[in-house]
Design a protein around this ligand. Structure first.
Ligand code: C2O
Ligand code: CU
Ligand code: CU
Length: 544
């Protein structure tokens, strides 16, 4: 729990928990007063292939084409509440799930059919969110996708209602669960809060061969915390300062699971595969079961772990995913509640009989070959910094920064395509920040506490304790890493796939929208470098 979360839960955060947007003074809906477990868990629909279109680099080849329209939708989050306005895709939020196969590319046309006015409070003082740009603008990013730069959803490449953009997704990566979401400059927190997100599942033969629970026994679990007005409408708070509506973090009292509050799922006494996504703006989850039964984690952000890992409490930072196997066998007729901290998230009602067709948890999953540190051609030390004094209310609007740079400063991270780098994330703030790099997957090397005071005075890192290896459930391929306060988190990354402009950022959406995001360039090796590398890369691209 971050310090701000602590203050929030303990009720000391009155100045931080700002008044509601618009109708100030009105109370929020208290979800604790709602009847729990009266709505069935809903599963987002799966996108059906309707059309085929020419492959952008090989027009003789036809590949699936989908069009997903961003639209305002109404949906019931709870039996006893009126319907809520969301922004979703086609007729739902979360939007429909896109199913893809590794190595089989597809096209998605993202179309903005949203209203002209935003229904959440825009802070026009943030960079790129001025009154000179349309209030409603969106651009969709496939989080965790190895995607060419022009299809990646660069924050400044937004389009307004009536506009659309076509993304080419090569799917040349291992099976895992990605998610798509809005990434429009400085209003991402509002657009995702409004509901512009959905799942994107990549499957492959390796995973098929493992006999994991599938079909109705594989459940997506998308977690988003929200605040609601008593009439059931979404409420995103603003700060007390009329010049800067931006708030540094958002924590809602109500946790939506696939768009429902406190849903229940009827399950059989057998193994299930749960694919969990933390799609919250700022909240970290600490998930556990009411009956103390362990979770078995088989995969993280970028695919399967080398072997299953048993976890009692699963920590999930914003944008992280966990692939879990949960065995309800032995809990016949019982109700099991999934909790985070002390909040109930959802209920599983275990029935009395299971269909046959047992699935297993293989003792070995997918080998993860460690990238040797000596392959790194460069180590970058990158700071995470915040306002000088967290308790000073005037410091509230001061952004947190990466590498002491603003979004608009020149690019400083420019790795060469097909080289390996180590990035040392030096966290000088009080908060944990989930740091995400577009395009790539990476491995966590270690985390090591250092003396923050010495750093502030002398700009030197002096470690105060030995390095700690990543948790067992973080020891696979990742695309988002928790950088804890007062700790240097080291990751090792091979920059492969495509050259071009991407971004890296904190996935606390409030931070990302206010300068805690940087462009970075993957550059092609120059001719003086090994030509073989260049040719290898082009062959790779054509193989898509
Ligand atoms: Cu989840 Cu830059 O993205
Ligand atoms: Cu991303
Ligand atoms: Cu952050």
């Amino acid at each position: 729990m971050t310090r701000r979360e602590f203050l929030f839960y303990s009720g000391f955060a009155a100045p931080l928990i700002a008044k509601q947007g618009g109708d100030s003074g009105a109370a929020l809906l208290d979800p604790a007063k709602l009847r729990k477990f009266v709505d069935r868990l809903s599963i987002p629909p799966t996108v059906k292939i309707g059309e085929y279109r020419a492959h952008p680099h090989d027009p003789a080849k036809k590949i699936p084409y989908h069009r997903l329209r961003m639209r305002q939708v109404e949906s019931k989050v709870h039996r006893d509440l009126p319907s809520t306005r969301f922004w979703g895709f086609e007729s739902s939020s979360p939007g429909p799930t896109i199913e893809a196969r590794s190595g089989e590319p597809l096209l998605v046309e993202w179309q903005n059919d949203l209203p002209q006015e935003h229904f959440l409070p825009i802070d026009h003082s943030l960079h790129g969110a001025g009154r000179d740009v349309p209030a409603v603008r969106t651009v969709i990013h496939l989080h965790g996708g190895r995607v060419p730069p022009e299809s990646d959803g660069y924050p400044e490449c937004w389009f307004q209602p009536g506009g659309s953009s076509l993304s080419f997704y090569p799917n040349s990566q291992d099976a895992t669960m990605l998610w798509y979401h809005d990434h429009a400059m400085s209003i991402t927190r509002l657009n995702i809060f409004a509901g512009l997100l959905g799942l994107y599942v990549i499957r492959d033969e390796f995973e098929d061969a493992l006999n994991l629970p599938k079909g109705e026994f594989e459940l997506p679990i998308i977690l988003c915390d929200r605040s609601f007005q008593p009439d059931g409408q979404l409420c995103y708070p603003v700060s007390d300062d009329p010049q800067h509506l931006w708030i540094p973090e958002f924590f809602g009292e109500a946790i939506l699971v696939n768009g429902k509050l406190f849903p229940y799922a009827e399950v059989q006494p057998r193994k299930y595969r749960l694919r969990v996504l933390n799609a919250s703006n700022s909240r970290f989850y600490y998930l556990s079961f009411s009956n103390g039964q362990p979770l078995r984690q088989i995969g993280s952000d970028q695919g399967l772990l080398p072997k299953p890992v048993e976890v009692k409490t699963l920590t999930l930072a914003p944008a992280e995913r966990a692939d879990l196997i949960v065995d309800f066998g032995g809990y016949h007729g019982q109700n099991v509640v999934l909790n985070t901290d002390t909040f109930a998230v959802m209920q599983f009602r275990v029935g009395n009989s299971a269909n046959s067709g047992a699935s297993e948890i293989p003792p070995a999953l997918r080998p993860v070959v460690k990238i040797p540190e000596r392959q790194a051609v460069r180590t970058r030390r990158l700071t995470l910094t915040g306002p000088p004094d967290d308790d000073d209310p005037t410091a509230m609007a001061v952004p947190m920064l990466l590498n002491n740079s603003l979004w608009s400063d020149p690019v400083t991270e420019n790795p060469t395509l097909d080289t390996v780098e180590i990035w040392e994330l030096v966290n000088l703030t009080d908060d944990s920040h989930p740091i995400h790099l577009h395009l790539v997957r990476f491995q966590i090397l270690d985390r090591r506490p250092f003396d923050m005071f010495l750093y502030f005075n002398e700009r030197k890192v002096r470690y105060t304790a030995p390095a700690v290896p990543p948790d067992a459930n973080e020891a696979g391929w990742k695309d988002t890493v928790r950088a804890d306060p007062g700790v240097v988190t080291r990751i090792i990354v091979r920059f492969e796939g495509f050259a071009g402009r991407y971004v890296w950022h904190c996935h606390v959406l409030e931070h990302e929208d206010n300068e805690m995001m940087r462009p970075y360039d993957v550059v092609k090796p120059t001719h003086s470098q090994d030509q073989g590398v260049v040719r290898g890369v082009q062959a790779d691209l054509i193989a898509d």
